[in-house]
Design a binder for this molecule. Structure first.
Ligand code: NAP
Length: 263
């Protein structure tokens, strides 16, 4: 299927590694021009090179801290300057720290709100003028299975992420008037450095050890394994496509069957 993404401009947030990088790669393979961003310059440059090499795509790498309004404005501004606008936003961020309710401070809650909610809000706010101008846009938020079902020891995520689904649904009709769709994808458990840095290590011994450590976790997932980041990237690319034109306000889990709720 041709996803008709040739030449589209995709901005993928928090994307030097993991799910963000895989989403950028999936979009680039479909012909999109992509902006990636993160704080660590060396990782960012390595990811940009990898995507250019694998997808023969145009990639802009912007170093920025996405927990600040200025950081987000600089990424959107640099994308508009280089590519002339933004068609697709993959709204991703770093994940909130693990922790149980009784151990979390007001500062922990404030930081998690800034990381998850404000990043989501600011990115949507900044890209909307570009999408409205084109009367076309795709916004895909990467959240977590915690939107549907609480995850043990992740009470910041459990408390904050479901609100993003409420916000997405609330703003969806207004965006629809301008031909802009907005949807969420919910990762279950994926092989990224967030789950265990060893999983993506270049060192074979460290990778083997990490795989042994996560084996009991993998055994609890109906498909018997953690996901490869590109398996989420494929859904992101589809939701960004022309073919996904009648899908908006929807929430899709990509979890190997891990979420136990009915819907
Ligand atoms: P990851 O592999 O650790 O990658 C995180 C990416 O975000 C890196 O490129 C990182 O680069 C960037 N980043 C983090 N904080 C940033 C900031 N303040 N400003 C700019 N860039 C920032 O993580 P992941 O597993 O792909 O997770 C992505 C999102 O999905 C997270 O919100 C996570 O909670 C969520 N999620 C993941 C899973 C999973 O199984 N992996 C499951 C459910 C939900 P720098 O550190 O260099 O900035």
């Amino acid at each position: 299927m041709d996803l008709e993404l040739n030449g589209k401009v995709a901005l993928v947030a928090a994307s030097s590694k993991g799910l963000g990088k895989a989403s950028a790669l999936a979009l680039a393979r479909e012909g999109a021009r992509v902006t990636i961003c993160a704080r660590t310059e060396a990782d960012l440059e390595a990811a940009a090179e990898e995507i250019r090499r694998e997808a023969h795509a145009e990639v802009l790498a912007v170093q920025a801290d996405l927990t600040t309004a200025e950081g987000i404005q600089s990424v959107v501004g640099a994308t508009a300057e280089r590519f002339g606008g933004v068609d697709i936003l993959v709204n991703n961020s770093g994940g909130p720290a693990p922790g149980k309710f009784g151990d979390l401070t007001d500062d922990d809650w404030r930081q998690a709100f800034e990381l998850v909610t404000l990043t989501f809000v600011r990115f949507v706010r900044e890209v909307l003028p570009h999408m409205r101008e084109r009367r076309w846009g795709r916004i895909i938020g990467i959240q977590s299975s915690s939107v549907k079902e609480p995850v043990q020891y992740l009470d910041l995520s459990n408390g904050i992420r479901p609100g993003i689904a409420g916000l997405m649904k609330a703003i969806m009709p207004e965006l629809a008037k301008d031909g802009i769709t907005i949807n969420l994808v919910l990762p279950g458990l994926f092989l990224t450095s967030r789950i265990n840095p060893g999983l993506v290590s270049a060192d074979a011994q460290a990778r083997k050890l990490a795989e042994e450590q996560i084996a009991p976790l993998a055994a609890t997932i109906p498909l018997g394994r953690l996901g490869e980041p590109i398996e989420l990237g494929h859904l992101v690319a589809f939701l960004a496509s022309e073919q996904a034109s009648y899908i908006t306000g929807a929430v899709y889990q990509v979890d190997g069957g891990n979420i136990k709720s009915n819907v």
